[in-house]
Design a protein around this ligand. Sequence first.
Ligand code: TTP
Ligand code: MG
Length: 363
Amino acid sequence: MRIIVHVDMDAFYAAIEERSNPALRGLPLVVGADPKGGRGRGVVMTANYQARRFGIRSALPVSRAWRLADAARRRGEPETIFVRSNFQLYETVSSRIMQIFERFSDAHEEASIDEAYLDISSLTSFDDAQIKMATLKNEIHEQEGLGCSIGIGPNKLIAKIASSRNKPDGLTVITQQEVQGFLDPLPIRVIPGIGPKSEAFLHQQNVRIVRELREIPQATLMQWFGSWGLRLFEKAQGVDDSPVSNEWTRKSVGEQETFEHDSRDLALVSEQLDRMAERVLAKLRRNEFSGFRTMTLTVRFSDFDTRNRSRTVKSGIAIDNTGNALQLIKKQALDLLLPFFDARENPRGKAIRLIGLRLEKLL
Ligand code: TTP
Ligand code: MG
């Protein structure tokens, strides 16, 4: 029998900011772009639970978040505080938390900056697992002053869904016998991999909750979704054999960024691209890659027209510690960028709204 845990930190960036600045505690808090009195560009990275009551959440345009906060204030709610993000700090906290996870498990898998799967099968009982995970919650609270929500189940799929059911500060245990009853009434969207498109399609087929999905024959799901239909069939039954392991292969590292103002200024854009190259290289190192073959630059113009340019070096570009790698990455990124500033890729001289940099075919 396997006992698998999913841990997801509560309002992660916001909780770290609250901890760093006690004056923020108890107030609605938004981490993300500068709202600039409602004219700000960019998005909300996260909001604490007080701010979520106003409808503010991740990925919302910050201008919209600002209006929601303003409306709440007019209703007599406390003022919402907006703070910029400090990604480096969040990364540092994340790696300390991952070390705690490692101590508490037979194997662990970092799923994102604030979530991980733990395999604690050696405990052999769900009761012991629950006690141990309550201790883990306390430890994270004591060491880092942060809250998390934990799901315990017979596999990663159930653990993940369970951790999201009682947020914040949840501890939800679903044994193998409880899987069906737990999943059946939930909306199909809880199943990882069912995004807005699959959800809309399934709704058209009158499939709204997991029980309805579970009753669709495997052959029909495969007809609808191809080989993914087979996985979906298993997931609807609560089956997931995937191991908890950090050995998974990440396919790429990258990031993108929207400018404060759409820009035609090469100096400004290339400066941002340099900073981005530094962060992407750091991410590559952190994930213990030794290099990459392909770099892709994404440019989105003010009219949302979005273009990619890639360059592949077959023999690969190694990232040593001499600083040469950074220079090389910056140079390559600039080479990819330049045509967007002249007739080659931008004959009408459009302004740039967003750039992204991605390293692929990792070594
Ligand atoms: P989440 O775990 O999705 O969100 P959360 O930890 O803030 O809140 P909760 O889990 O309690 O619902 O993401 C972890 C962090 O990742 C989040 O604090 C900020 C960042 N993030 C973004 O930057 N952009 C996004 O769109 C999302 C979803 C998260
Ligand atoms: Mg979280």
